[in-house]
Design a protein around this ligand. Structure first.
Ligand code: GLN
Length: 280
């Protein structure tokens, strides 16, 4: 491409490079807006504006990476979750809209007060930061066994000026001996190793340790459920995200571990997504 492209032409070119993506047009717009540091509306307001050579080169590199499947959130380095712009990188799962159900349930179903809340496997800090931003009187602790994730979550908290969330390296409860919470939440790995979902789309680029668990995806959920009791205050809640076919298995786990009022909640697609229970 020799002559300068207009924004409109650049988008058309990019779209043609992305046949594998079912959101080619949107991807192209998001990446071009990112290169120009403008909103997507700008692209439609100034379709005839010309791309500078530098912007052109950067855009072409991003489109080429996207054509190879690289997730948009890793290319732009950010993903919105619960209206918070979170920095994302390859060390953690990309926050998903599905997980906002867990945030919503925690905010609506858990009796309010100055709660101590633990987020296990916090990754980018998405759940902990969403809860902390909504409830300034809650004290959030997010743990992750991956040091790079802890660092990312801390930097997200600092950038968003969220002061009631702290992040600690810990393999589930390992570093939390003697600590108790009123609410424990987690979006642990829960996908079976053989799930074909793992070979498609963005998940191919995400850390497997954040996605996959042994025992048909249930190993970490089982472990968390067994250990949660001694880290919950009496009457405290455990809330777990899980796969849409795992509802009854997760309810069994919680019941077997002595939780009461065990119930599963559905996501926007009507599928089992979050199970919670209370420590009697
Ligand atoms: N819901 C995610 C997916 O299907 C998985 C998240 C997880 O394993 N915790 O890609």
């Amino acid at each position: 491409m020799e002559a300068a492209l207009t924004l409109q032409q650049a988008l058309r070119w990019a779209q043609a490079q992305l046949p594998a993506s079912d959101s080619a047009r949107l991807d192209a717009e998001v990446l071009l807006a990112f290169v120009l540091q403008k909103t997507r509306v700008h692209l439609y307001t100034w379709p005839e504006a010309e791309l500078s050579p530098e912007a052109h080169t950067q855009f072409a590199q991003l489109i080429s990476a996207r054509a190879k499947g690289e997730p948009i959130a890793y290319l732009t380095g950010t993903q919105e979750f619960w209206s918070l712009p979170l920095v994302t990188n390859r060390h953690t799962l990309i926050p998903r809209a599905d997980t906002e159900l867990l945030v919503e349930l925690a905010l609506t179903l858990v009796p309010d007060g100055p709660l101590r809340v633990l987020d296990l496997g916090t990754g980018s800090g998405a759940i902990a930061l969403a809860l902390a931003s909504e409830r300034p009187d809650w004290q959030l602790t997010g743990v992750d066994r991956v040091a790079d994730a802890v660092e990312l979550a801390r930097s997200n908290a600092a950038r968003l000026k969220i002061n009631n969330a702290s992040f600690v390296p810990s393999d589930w409860f390992a570093a939390l001996t003697g600590k108790r919470y009123d609410l424990i939440v987690s979006n642990p790995p829960y996908i079976d190793d053989a799930d074909p979902h793992l070979t498609q789309g963005d998940v191919r680029f995400e850390p497997r340790s954040a996605l996959v668990a042994p025992a048909a995806g249930l190993a970490d959920i089982q472990r968390i459920t067994v250990d949660a009791g001694e880290h919950l205050a009496v009457g405290g809640y455990l809330m777990l995200e899980h796969g849409w076919q795992q509802g009854s298995a997760v309810r069994d786990c919680l019941s077997a571990a002595g939780f009461v009022a065990v119930a599963t909640h559905q996501d926007l697609a009507g599928r089992d997504r979050v199970t919670m229970g209370q420590r009697p």
